[in-house]
Design a protein around this ligand. Structure first.
Ligand SMILES: *[C@@H]1O[C@H](CO)[C@@H](O)[C@H](O)[C@H]1NC(C)=O
Ligand SMILES: *[C@@H]1O[C@H](CO)[C@@H](O)[C@H](O)[C@H]1NC(C)=O
Ligand SMILES: *[C@@H]1O[C@H](CO)[C@@H](O)[C@H](O)[C@H]1NC(C)=O
Ligand SMILES: *[C@@H]1O[C@H](CO)[C@@H](O)[C@H](O)[C@H]1NC(C)=O
Ligand SMILES: *[C@@H]1O[C@H](CO)[C@@H](O)[C@H](O)[C@H]1NC(C)=O
Ligand SMILES: *[C@@H]1O[C@H](CO)[C@@H](O)[C@H](O)[C@H]1NC(C)=O
Ligand SMILES: *[C@@H]1O[C@H](CO)[C@@H](O)[C@H](O)[C@H]1NC(C)=O
Length: 312
């Protein structure tokens, strides 16, 4: 009885080891390329280094800046930029998954003195100068925080042919009216973005320069961020001098990434078709075209890397 149990136990153990071993040799990156920047895993088609041969193309080149501790990862500066405190700066990567890149958002801020003078102002924006990335309309919302504020979001002028503008208004007269956990227009509002957006500039504007709410609300904020990552904390957010810094650290903006701008059928049988063995090609519907590869059911691995996905 005991011997049988030990035998079963041992065979189970060796089975487990085989599985672990199989997983361990899965290629995440091109062989010989670094897999991590600090704690962040960089899976192919992304790769570390400009023109290092580690990525599928220049759009997927991640710059790992080791002068930060821990190191920080950035999207390529010539293809992406962001407006923040003063001018355009690099876009910091917080996470890369099969479908998305989460980047650090910037928070447009305007703070007022008691008589309505502007004492601090920043804007928020992003420019993606390639077709492989779009701002996710499914994951992100435009938020405005404040009791005398509205958000206004539009494309960066002259870059995108698309005509859109979006925004929402957030007002309240009494701090006791401000609910926690909802963005319904009292202290916080949220609204959707169109599909396929590659640029935006967002500002926060005011109706009465905060003069009537200044005792409990001195600043207004606007940002684009992942809806599920943000919970409005009510009056304590209105009163928090670290609101912008804390929110930028905890609420990323979600970008979709795809390959190309056509459909799977446009690329099949061409040198721009990257889906390897045991994978399927999936058209992307949520942006401006492009495709992704995905392992077939029952297979795993990196569908973009030779030799492809493997079975159990
Ligand atoms: C995986 O297992 C094989 C056979 O058991 C062994 O030769 C190989 O070194 C292992 N590879 C790793 C990465 O552990
Ligand atoms: C990893 O990549 C190498 C070189 O391309 C290839 O020979 C090997 O089979 C790959 N391993 C797996 C598990 O995909
Ligand atoms: C890394 O970051 C430092 C500090 O911001 C900056 O001075 C330097 O130019 C960056 N290096 C690269 C390669 O971008
Ligand atoms: C990696 O993550 C761990 C746990 O979250 C953290 O303690 C550590 O400081 C991180 N290291 C780097 C280099 O980011
Ligand atoms: C508020 O700011 C305005 C414009 O900068 C300035 O003229 C005014 O004196 C300030 N008021 C107070 C109370 O500091
Ligand atoms: C965008 O909208 C403005 C005002 O509604 C209009 O004058 C302009 O022609 C539009 N541009 C495009 C490219 O549709
Ligand atoms: C791709 O090539 C295969 C075999 O050469 C062919 O059967 C298939 O119709 C081609 N597909 C497209 C979309 O051209």
């Amino acid at each position: 009885m005991h011997l049988l149990f030990i035998f079963l136990y041992l065979s189970h153990l060796s089975f487990m080891t085989a599985v672990t071993n199989n997983t361990a040799v899965t290629n995440i990156t091109v062989p010989g390329c670094p897999t991590k920047c600090g704690n962040l895993t960089i899976p192919y088609p992304f790769g570390i280094g400009r023109n290092s041969g580690c990525s599928l193309g220049p759009w997927f080149d991640i710059t790992c800046n080791t002068s930060f501790n821990p190191p920080k990862a950035f999207l390529p500066a010539d293809l992406f930029s962001m407006t923040g405190i003063s001018n355009f700066h690099q876009v910091e990567v917080m996470d890369i998954s099969d479908e998305h890149v989460r980047v650090k958002s910037t928070i447009a801020t305007k703070c007022y003195n008691q008589t309505g003078g502007v004492i601090q102002t920043t804007t928020s924006g992003l420019v993606v100068e390639n077709s492989y990335f779009t701002i996710s309309s499914e994951r992100n919302k435009v938020f405005a925080i404040g009791c005398d504020d509205y958000a206004f979001v539009s494309p960066v002028f002259g870059i995108e042919g698309k005509n859109f503008s979006s925004g929402c208004v957030s007002v309240c007269s009494n701090v006791k009216d401000v609910p926690v956990g909802t963005c319904s227009g009292m202290g916080c509002c949220a609204t959707s973005l169109p599909k396929g957006l590659t640029t935006y500039v967002a500002g926060v504007y005011t109706l009465k320069s905060h003069t009537e709410v200044w005792s409990f609300d001195k600043c207004g904020y606007t940002f684009l961020g992942e809806q599920s990552a943000f919970t409005f904390q009510g009056a304590s957010d209105l009163d928090d001098p670290d609101f912008a810094t804390r929110t930028a650290e905890t609420v990323p903006m979600v970008l979709n990434w795809v390959i190309g701008s056509g459909t799977c059928n446009d690329y099949r049988n061409t040198s721009d078709y990257y889906c390897q063995e045991n994978s399927v090609c999936v058209d992307f519907e949520g942006g401006n075209g492009g495709y992704r590869c995905s392992c077939k059911d029952g297979y795993q691995g990196n569908p973009y890397l030779f030799p492809g996905c493997y079975g159990q």
